[in-house]
Design a protein around this ligand. Structure first.
Ligand SMILES: N[C@@H](CCC(=O)N[C@@H](CS)C(=O)NCC(=O)O)C(=O)O
Length: 205
């Protein structure tokens, strides 16, 4: 048994932590758990009381929240450089993505959980504005923060992939498109796509 165990679901919020584990190169086991099971299985609910994915089990540490898992992995494996030396902007973008853009996308995908029929279209418009902000920040840069890929880039790849359902898709923005292609090419991201059985967009391969 590997030292790390990640519970996830194909194409879900486990994409970023899964890619991080693969980028680190540590041994890990991936358990793909369907929504119904995650929401009802007492064993899983003991690890993740909301019954969502991902959950990381690292020895005695049981961790939920995709961004928290990335930060934990960055600290645990500094040689993998999942965080930049100067972390201020790294925190800013990671928190923006998980706290603002990710929740907007969840409102877009599950509007019925949040209110009436106006929720979906409003969330879609808001997500577009959030991707516009990222686009203007990325212009002229290779990576979201610093000079090399970090966990923030893995998180952005995940949200850009989810944002393919926007009209126009999130990756129709030139800097986000180039960033997606660059990040997709990372070995750990390739491995994550393969292990989750995800299709890569033809234009990016
Ligand atoms: N903020 C959490 C969100 C987790 C989350 O909502 N996961 C989704 C998959 S993307 C899920 O398991 N949803 C199941 C449900 O809500 O029924 C994180 O980033 O880990």
């Amino acid at each position: 048994m590997a030292s790390m165990l990640l519970y996830g679901r194909s194409g879900s919020a486990s994409m970023a932590p899964h890619a991080a584990l693969a980028e680190i190169g540590v041994d890990y086991d991936l358990v793909l758990i369907e929504r119904d099971e995650a929401q009802t299985d007492p064993g899983y609910l003991a690890l993740n009381p909301l019954g969502v994915v991902p959950t990381l089990v690292d020895g005695d540490v049981v961790l939920t929240e995709s961004a928290a898992i990335l930060l934990h992995l960055a600290d645990r494996y500094p040689e993998a450089r999942l965080a930049p030396e100067n972390r201020a902007q790294f925190y800013r973008w990671l928190v923006f993505m998980t706290n603002t853009l990710q929740t907007t996308l969840l409102r877009m995908f599950y509007p019925e959980r949040y209110g009436d029929e106006s929720v979906g279209p409003r969330a879609t418009a808001e997500a577009g504005r959030h991707f516009d902000l990222i686009e203007s920040h990325l212009a002229g840069r290779e990576w979201l923060v610093g000079e090399h890929r970090t966990g923030a880039d893995l998180f952005l790849l995940m949200l850009t992939d989810w944002g393919s359902e926007l009209d126009p898709p999130a990756w129709d923005r030139p800097a986000i498109r180039a960033h997606f292609r660059r990040t997709l090419a990372l070995p750990g991201v390739q491995r994550m796509f393969e292990e989750e059985g995800l299709e890569q967009p033809e234009w990016a391969v």
